[in-house]
Design a binder for this molecule. Structure first.
Ligand code: GLC
Length: 747
């Protein structure tokens, strides 16, 4: 066994800000601020409100690809500050020219669009990318999205979505980085860096927009848009860190969310949008509301009419009204009646103009109006290559009994069965938020496997059933095909429409009759590999009990088929780890790894402890879980000291050995537990991770530096604090196992 010591120092993030210094652009030069003030002084009240008005283009509002006459007239009158959903370098350039040449103030407009995981080159959905636990690769993925967004004339993407989600019934869990604030913060910051690049003035960068501020993922019962009711401590410890990390990574815009939090709608909350975001965090960028969220303050019944909704939204700190046009239509009268101070309008306009300056639009309003870039950048081969690598690393090997995977290299007959395997469901493979996608750009599973079919092997395909409708159920035919094979690969799961916005599900089993088909396939006695596709954890207890090999493939984007074939045939050794817990059944939800002890933690032999009668407390697959085609052994954890003071740091080391026959990557995870504190603390919290490649027989030493900031929490007074006492360290390949050690923080 060769021993090559790899010294990998992972500086633990003291609250994330450590790795990403306070954004360098928080304060603009005084000269720029002076220019902004001089512009505001020249503007009429209507023109100011125009800057705060965002209208939808194309299918959002106009149902056509071009602005209608009314909107063109609004543009000339200076009543539009930004657009949602207008794409095309030529079209955005044409619209910008109207603003720059035919309006009085000649203020450039911003073009925003949802480029969540690619534009033409759709990469895996963000929840899949999070399974890679590879911030550098996630950043690269966001960067190619920014290049393609720039090519279609867009300035601003409404991403990254950084909402923590602990409830897989919520369809938008697909759009974020899962349940953990640390992983969500690191990846949210990586996406901001990827979208904005090193210099926002450079071509190929997009303004990022951290959304949905805040705690949208905490919707009760996982039902989209539903009430969120959290303690301030849970808000600050779990849901807020990723937004702060995105801002610290340089994000200049946030999007306010639809939901209320404890009785106050986020899009009308002065505590959230001003006291916390501007005063406590020092954010000087802009907040855009979510789609009609200003109008929806009336639905929340905290505003009696649209004027009041506009006053509440703007006064709380929501600067741009996305498509409800209330600011434009109602607030001039509100200012003139004295119901709203013009200084509030001016401050919002200042933030909008600040962002337009930061993006260089006053110097070059046509910076992205370069139609020749579309041909050069959209679906560029190097973009596809990144998408394939990203997809490979997004795949999680959940189970692999008797090393059924990888499929042997040659001379076998493979039965490929399932509605998501064929060429007729390629659109589903790209997942949610991929409207521009063209199915012909997507490599299907059957195409990917065919391209890599080993010499002498044979592939039989049968759809077996539809994703969810009863019609087309043809298990007999599929079973007949399967009986001729040596191994069955069943590709089952959710359609594109099953996750994303307005896609909550109350039943998380495989949709339709897919499990029935799977049972028929398993009954043949042939070995079955189950590939699960979808935008969320599904309830797979029967599958886990009866299927020897299970791969979570999420929705992997344009390179789905190639990446899946790379993994199934062993050309890429899967390294993914779950960014979210997989429940055994719906009844366990919400279930997440960083839970509290309770006063009666489970004692298996004691009925009167926190448990169910009908299901274990443990999940089906835990946060951080993911297997490899090789195996990794962990040494005992060593600590640089058994105790530290509050201002000292501690070095945590572990040796990891590849004890298998294949090279492979392991995500070494570090968790901490504050053993006793003046408020209840989670049983463990992720505080660091490192992905290491090890050759067969190779040993690497992974070192983490724990700083006292990592030990802090919000005390009874809601102020960050560190308390003396013991802390337990866990280092391992998942949240459910790991080597332990204990150290003491001295008084
Ligand atoms: C949607 C979504 C938001 C998106 C916006 C613009 O309703 O909630 O994520 O960015 O509207 O499309």
């Amino acid at each position: 066994m060769t021993k090559r010591t790899i010294f990998i120092a992972v500086m633990l993030l003291s609250g994330i800000a450590f790795l990403f210094p306070q954004s360098p652009v928080r304060k603009l030069p005084a000269s720029t601020e002076a220019r902004i003030d001089s512009i505001i002084r020249l503007m009429t009240l209507e023109e100011k409100l125009g800057q705060l008005n965002q209208i939808g283009g194309t299918w959002y509002d106009t149902k056509t690809e071009r602005l209608n006459e009314e909107q063109t007239a609004m543009l000339k009158a200076g009543q539009i500050g930004s657009f949602l959903g207008i794409t095309g370098a030529a079209e955005t350039g044409r619209i910008q020219r109207i603003a720059m040449e035919q309006s009085r103030m000649k203020i450039p407009v911003l073009f925003g669009y949802d480029i969540i995981h690619g534009y033409s080159t759709i990469t895996p959905i963000p929840l899949a990318e999070a399974s890679s636990w590879n911030p550098a690769l996630v950043e690269q993925s966001a960067h190619i999205a920014a290049l393609e967004g720039s090519a279609i004339g867009v300035h601003w993407t409404y991403a990254p979505m950084v909402d923590i989600a602990r409830d897989p019934r919520w369809g938008r869990i697909a759009e974020g980085s899962g349940e953990d604030p640390y992983l969500g913060s690191v990846l949210g910051a990586a996406r901001v860096r990827g979208f904005q690049g090193k210099d926002l003035l450079q071509y190929g960068s997009l303004l990022a927009c951290a959304k949905h501020f805040a705690a949208y993922g905490g919707a009760e019962a996982g039902r989209d848009y539903n009430t969120v009711d959290l303690s301030e401590r849970t808000l600050r410890e779990v849901y807020l860190p990723p937004y702060k990390a995105a801002i610290d990574a340089g994000a200049w815009t946030l999007m306010s969310s639809f939901n209320e939090i404890g009785g106050v709608p986020a899009s009308g909350s002065s505590w959230l949008m001003t006291d916390l975001l501007r005063k406590e965090w020092g954010f000087t960028g802009l907040v855009v509301s979510d789609y009609t969220a200003v109008m929806e303050l009336m639905n929340h019944r905290i505003a009696k009419d649209s004027t009041e909704a506009g006053i509440v939204g703007l006064s709380s700190g929501v600067d741009i009204d996305m498509v409800s046009r209330i600011y434009l239509r109602k607030l001039a009268a509100a200012v003139r009646s004295g119901a709203l101070a013009e200084s509030v309008v001016d401050e919002a306009v200042r933030r909008v103009l600040r962002v337009k300056f930061v993006y260089g639009l006053f110097d070059d309003p046509y910076r992205n109006a370069r139609p020749e870039k579309e041909k050069e950048l959209l679906l560029a081969p190097e973009h596809r290559a990144v998408a394939r690598t990203m997809a490979q690393q997004s795949i999680v090997l959940l189970k692999n009994e008797k090393e059924l995977l990888p499929l042997s290299k040659g001379g076998k007959t493979i039965a490929l069965i399932g509605p998501l395997a064929g060429n007729d469901h390629r659109r589903d493979l790209v997942g949610t938020w991929a409207w521009a996608q063209k199915p012909e750009h997507v490599v299907s599973v059957i195409d990917g496997i065919t391209a890599k079919l080993p010499k002498g092997s044979k592939l039989i395909y049968d759809k077996g059933c539809e994703i969810e409708s009863d019609s087309g159920y043809r298990a007999q035919k599929a079973v007949a095909a399967a009986k001729k094979a040596d191994v069955i690969v069943a590709v089952l799961g959710e359609a594109q429409r099953h996750s994303g916005e307005a896609a909550s599900r109350s039943n998380l089993d495989l949709p339709g009759r897919q499990r029935e088909l799977l049972k028929a396939l398993a009954a043949t006695g042939k070995p079955v590999v189950l590939v699960v596709m979808g935008g969320r954890p599904l309830t797979l207890q029967w599958e886990a009990d009866n299927i020897p090999a299970i791969v979570e493939a999420w929705h992997l984007g344009v390179e789905s088929g190639n990446a899946l074939a790379d993994v199934l045939f062993g050309d890429y050794n899967p390294s993914g780890k779950l960014p979210v817990t997989f429940p055994r059944n719906l009844g366990q939800i919400p279930i997440y790894y960083n839970h509290k002890s309770t006063g009666r933690p489970l004692v298996p032999t004691d009925k009167y402890t926190s448990r169910y009668l009908d299901v274990p407390n443990t999940p089906l697959f835990p946060f951080g879980h993911g297997l490899s085609y090789t195996s990794f052994q962990y040494s005992a954890v060593t600590l640089s000291s058994s105790s530290i003071t509050k201002d000292q740091s501690l070095t945590v080391s572990v040796s990891v050995t590849n004890s298998g026959k294949r090279a492979g990557e392991e995500v070494v995870q570090l968790y901490l537990r504050d053993d006793v504190a003046t408020v209840t603390r989670p049983v463990k919290e992720l505080k660091g991770f490192k992905k290491v490649m090890l050759q067969p027989g190779e040993t690497g030493t992974v070192t983490f530096t724990v700083t006292s900031e990592d030990l802090s929490f919000y005390g009874l007074d809601m102020k960050k604090r560190i308390e003396p006492g013991t802390f337990t360290v866990y280092v391992g390949g998942s949240s459910a196992d790991g080597q332990q050690a204990v150290f003491t923080v001295l008084p």
